[in-house]
Ligand binder design. Structure first.
Ligand SMILES: [Zn+2]
Length: 253
């Protein structure tokens, strides 16, 4: 028997999404982000790369700025205005302390209650192999939650530690545990994907809008199968131990 997904927590006000590329958020969790910003939650994005190697035939030096512009336009559709780009090389992001340090610094600056990322596992529901960038970035995001709370880890950034992250949620995980019901967000979620126009043109010959809508609808319906039939975005949720400050030790589970 399939276990139903639980409701995503709602008692938070600020989230920080840490992902690898432009459009990762829009495909994996766009309808959820829109539902959250509509309800007054504040969400900021930090992308490890500009996705500059993603368009065959378009040199990275041209594709990087183009994809950055498209990401900013897309974020605006979702009600997100804080978008930062780190300069890790698209396609070649390495599992490095530098990446964790930059993510931890972002968490210390933004002070979120919730960290969002996308699938860090090896595959997408056993269907296809996940890319190295997603695996590395997702794991670094989860690790950086712990790093950010420890003043002796990366003290060189001169920022106060931030222990306030209560949850880390992974969209697109093959092992979802929770879901966010999305209502009335579909059209804008499609619109947000469509802002990544140059990448979409390279990705599919299909009509961009039906491609984007089809992708999002399949995901929302798949989550709904384990969520009382409601359109939803599924997440694998990691909750920090509520007793983490006891004995001055930070736990993470
Ligand atoms: Zn990606």
């Amino acid at each position: 028997m399939t276990v139903p997904l639980k409701d995503m927590p709602t008692s938070w006000s600020r989230a920080l999404a840490l992902v690898a590329h432009p459009d990762d958020i829009e495909y994996a969790m766009g309808p959820a982000v829109i539902t959250w910003t509509d309800s007054g939650k504040e969400i900021a994005y930090v992308l490890a790369s500009r996705g500059e190697s993603g368009i065959d035939g378009c040199p990275p030096e041209a594709a990087g700025p183009l994809r950055e512009r498209e990401q900013r336009a897309s974020s605006a559709v979702a009600g997100v205005t804080s978008v930062e780009f780190l300069s890790h090389p698209d396609g070649l992001i390495t599992d490095s302390l530098a990446l964790r340090r930059e993510f931890a610094a972002a968490i210390r600056r933004h002070r979120p209650d919730m960290v969002l990322t996308i699938n860090h596992h090896d595959d997408w529901r056993g269907v296809s192999w996940n890319t190295s960038d997603h695996r590395v970035v997702g794991r670094a995001a989860l690790d950086a939650v712990v790093d950010a709370g420890n003043r002796y880890v990366f003290p060189e950034d001169g920022l106060e530690p931030w222990e306030g992250v209560r949850w880390a949620a992974v969209a697109g995980s093959p092992y979802p545990t929770h879901a966010m019901r999305v209502v009335g967000a579909e059209d804008r979620a499609v619109e947000a994907v469509l802002q990544h126009r140059s990448y979409l043109e390279a990705l599919t010959d299909e009509d961009a809008e039906s491609y984007a809508r089809g992708f999002l609808r399949r995901n929302m319906a798949a989550a709904g199968e384990r969520f009382h039939g409601h359109d939803a975005v599924a997440f694998q949720l990691y909750e920090r131990d509520p007793y983490r400050v006891r004995d001055g030790v930070t736990h993470y589970r």
